[in-house]
Design a protein around this ligand. Structure first.
Ligand code: TRP
Length: 351
């Protein structure tokens, strides 16, 4: 059995490179997520030369969020969004992390060979400690859970379980991929070659959008435009985007302009050139907001309709996720058996 799996994994490598990424289920997908991660991932799912593994990182959600309803609702909204936007699940393996319990087994096994010193260097943990240290008299580890501390190990397990070659992530996650490589190398060194060393990929086509207040669009700044907001609310939110006080007729800068940046993420290069010209001629902010609204609304309306239909029949979403988990477990079940054996955990007798 062990051998068979090995051959299968090798074959997959020869034919298709494994691209894997996870989405933490703590929020509602917004335009920034769409342009920065979802759209490039869905486009990549159509590439025949790669086999994408995309999953809802619900165990990661528990690190940041202790509201069960939010974790649950977010899983539903994220899954519905990806499906509504046309994720090709015949090629992509789309699953929920918690439906693949072998990932947690692997996470513990890796925990036992990961240096604590490596985790001490993780940015997210260090930032939390630094914040505590700013408050005088406060404990450096105040409010820091073991989940936050060991989160790079869970992430390494997500990646190494499927021997992913490429991991598309944002800049803030690169360190975690490097840690996954370190963790894999250490394990391979001690127990033999079991894991492929993953590589982080930063997508050139992924855009970073600014939010309502002009800072990076992010749920932690509460400045997002949800992806599948109703047409009416979408218009309202776009009207709320902060601009400067230049009057219509005065030439305007495109550089650093939130409206222009979002427009650019949705429009063709020709359309962008035309708008750049209008900025130079002094397009009014009200008019630009109308142009932007129409652009986004045109692109999203068909998907919004599919999204709403999916939310009406969540059993369809559940079914897709279960099928995804089944495909994932065809790999994870034999692979975890191999890893358990490698570390000396297996049945005592042959029968
Ligand atoms: N930690 C990632 C984030 O916050 C999400 C994630 C979890 C992930 N597991 C992963 C990304 C594995 C890539 C690979 O964005």
């Amino acid at each position: 059995m062990g051998k068979l799996v090995c051959i299968r994994i090798k074959e997959q490598h020869m034919e298709k490179s494994i691209v894997l990424t996870g989405i933490t289920t703590t929020g509602t997908p917004h335009l920034g997520n769409y342009a920065g991660a979802i759209r490039p991932a869905i486009n990549a799912s159509k590439d025949e030369n790669s086999r994408p593994f995309y999953f809802l990182a619900d165990y990661h959600a528990l690190i940041k969020c202790t509201e069960p309803d939010r974790v649950k609702q977010s899983s539903l909204e994220i899954a519905a969004s990806w499906l509504a936007l046309g994720l090709d699940t015949s090629n992509a393996v789309f699953y929920r992390q918690s439906d693949v319990p072998e990932i947690l087994e692997l996470s513990w096994i890796l925990t036992c060979s990961t240096a604590k010193g490596l985790m001490n260097r993780a940015h997210a943990y260090k930032a939390a400690v630094a914040e505590n240290e700013e408050t005088e008299g406060s404990d450096a580890d105040k409010g820091i859970t073991m989940g936050l501390f060991s989160y790079p190990i869970l992430m390494a397990a997500d990646i190494l379980m499927f021997n992913a070659n490429k991991v598309p992530v944002g800049k803030d996650q690169i360190q975690h991929i490097e840690m996954a490589r370190d963790i894999a190398s250490r394990f391979n060194h001690v127990y033999g070659e079991h894991f492929v060393l993953p590589e982080a990929v930063l997508d050139d086509n992924a855009a970073t959008l600014l939010g309502l207040d002009g800072r990076k669009m992010s749920k932690s700044y509460n400045n997002t435009i949800p992806l599948f907001e109703s047409e009416k609310k979408l218009r309202k939110l776009i009207n709320k985007i902060k601009t400067n006080s230049l009057e219509p007729g005065e030439p305007k800068e495109t550089e650093g302009c939130t409206l222009f940046g979002i427009y650019q993420a949705f429009a063709s290069p020709q359309e962008v050139d035309a708008i750049r010209q209008r900025y130079a001629e002094g397009i009014g902010w009200g008019e630009m907001k109308q142009v932007l609204f129409e652009k986004i609304n045109d692109e999203l309306t068909p998907a919004r309709e599919r999204y709403e239909a999916l939310l009406e029949s969540p059993e369809h979403i559940e079914q897709q996720l279960r099928e995804g988990a089944e495909k994932a477990r065809e790999i994870s079940i034999p692979f975890i058996r191999r890893i358990r054996e490698a570390v000396g955990i297996s049945s005592i007798s042959k029968s």
